[in-house]
Design a protein around this ligand. Sequence first.
Ligand SMILES: Cc1ncc(C[n+]2csc(CCOP(=O)(O)OP(=O)(O)O)c2C)c(N)n1
Ligand code: SF4
Length: 288
Amino acid sequence: MATFKEFRNNVKPNWCPGCGDFSIQAAIQRGAANVGLEPTNLAVISGIGCSGRISGYINAYGLHGIHGRALPIAQGVKLANRDLTVIASGGDGDGFAIGMGHTIHAIRRNINITYIVMDNQIYGLTKGQTSPRSGEGFKTKSTPEGSIESTLSPLEIALASGATFVAQSFSSDIKQLTSLIEQGIQHEGFSLINVFSPCVTFNKVNTYDWFKENIVNLDTIPDYDASNRTLAMTKLMETGSMITGLIYQNKQRKSYEDLVHGFKKEPLAHQSLALPEEEFDNLVAEFR
Ligand SMILES: Cc1ncc(C[n+]2csc(CCOP(=O)(O)OP(=O)(O)O)c2C)c(N)n1
Ligand code: SF4
């Protein structure tokens, strides 16, 4: 069985020292090993951004895609390879700005992949512009007088869009994050894990200390029930989306793959695409 070290490669991340993304990389490697995967069982598909580099830093199949397009690629990879564990990843700009349309439809489609958003509430790679996750009044080069747009709450949107697995964590809480990644991988459907991942270079507001002061860990809420969607929405709204832990899981709803009639389990590349003559004749007869 592979250990987390086998999910390491010899590529040195060029993230800034202290960037939250390092811990997310480590949590994915540990989570993959803990659920018994081998590097050849895993594909990590990412968008563009500092966070998007993650696919190059994990020893697994990987693809560093296009800004905002990690999910269409990841869903295609999964549908062609049902036995592969697929993780999609990228920044809050990637998934909640340019890629938001894909995010909503991937949520409601419910293909069995895990989507890990590295949420630093700013655009890091392009040197610090306001993102949809930035707070109101947030000052950057793109909003020098402070952001006048309201902050997007992607987890509330996810719940409203029919999500079957919604979780949130903090890059400093590697134990919780690793556990959520394991649960996300094991969930039979689309799992969304938003991870607060401080950008130490450009975001001087949402710092490690700021997150520590503002996060509300679900473990501190007695009798929280992650199968109760209304409760999940209420707690998100009450805390300004600052709750961490497993927020909502619906184990009843089947994945897209399980609902598609006749969808074969083996990878497309191993299937015979030849159509027996009798089946061909039947098909033609249907349209006569
Ligand atoms: C189609 C397209 N539009 C814009 C860009 C420029 N661009 C690259 S990364 C990025 C945003 C980065 O922010 P985020 O996705 O939050 O990731 P981070 O760098 O913060 O990890 C933008 C706007 C691009 N590469 N492609
Ligand atoms: S600019 Fe920010 S997000 Fe990008 S590597 Fe540096 S600390 Fe991380």
